[in-house]
Write a protein that binds this ligand. Sequence first.
Ligand SMILES: C[S@@+](CC[C@H](N)C(=O)[O-])C[C@H]1O[C@@H](n2cnc3c(N)ncnc32)[C@H](O)[C@@H]1O
Length: 270
Amino acid sequence: MKIKKNNENKYHQWLSTLEPLYGEREARSMWRWYQEAGRPEKKFADDLAKLANHYPIQYLTGYSYFYGDKYLVNEDTLIPRPETEELVYQVLEDHPNDQASLQVVDLGTGTGCIPITLKKHRPAWQVMGIDLYEPTLEIAHTNSALHNVSIQWEIQDILTLDVRLLHNVDLLISNPPYISPHEKQYLGGNVLKYEPHRALFTTDDQGLEFYKAIASFGDKLKSGSEIYLEIHEHNGPEIVRLFEDVKVFRAPRVFQDMQGKNRIVHIIRE
Ligand SMILES: C[S@@+](CC[C@H](N)C(=O)[O-])C[C@H]1O[C@@H](n2cnc3c(N)ncnc32)[C@H](O)[C@@H]1O
């Protein structure tokens, strides 16, 4: 009874602090998330102060969800986004055969949410996840162990990728950094302040450097292989042009997300 009363007080404190910042619905859903995470009681005041400062609840509790599954996250990993679930959905939808043994590579893997989900749904696939940063890949590795799937993890720079890795690849997938430096001003404080900038930003003004690198590997991919890319909603035409210019690809298809925004580009190697 005492505990319940204590929890009630906390709940009121929670709502009065977070509702003005996040709205009622979000503040309540964050409360449920917090309860589920089972944080130690003595951390409550500190945790609430962090959340009031827009620290993501996913980093606070150490996990997030992707495609219905739980993933460890920390400040070395981007928090997986719903748009990326649509990318994975498209790949699975286009490749329903769970017996085919395809070679799949995910460039810029973060938590490993893309390759792990693909491997869970298509166990016959051989899947590799690449990232430049060791602490990020450590989280991806732990996530694959938690999900009990076997993925090959590689440290590589996408911009100077060892193209021998692409030799036998059937599906190349990437949600690379695609926000240009001058768009920083439009990002929410929580994203800008706490999520890893190396996962978000490009160094070029158009946010295209990773797509340019991937298009340049084009001739190293085998005939019939496919590329699936998550893109910035404003960059569809430029990215299509980049791949058209290389002349080894069929006309790229652009898919819209549930909000009707350009979000995925699909390209097939001739
Ligand atoms: C937008 S995040 C995507 C993470 C994850 N795939 C997802 O969808 O949630 C981009 C990822 O690319 C990685 N990255 C950034 N620059 C890189 C580079 N030059 N080479 C390889 N990986 C890089 C970042 O560490 C980050 O994990």
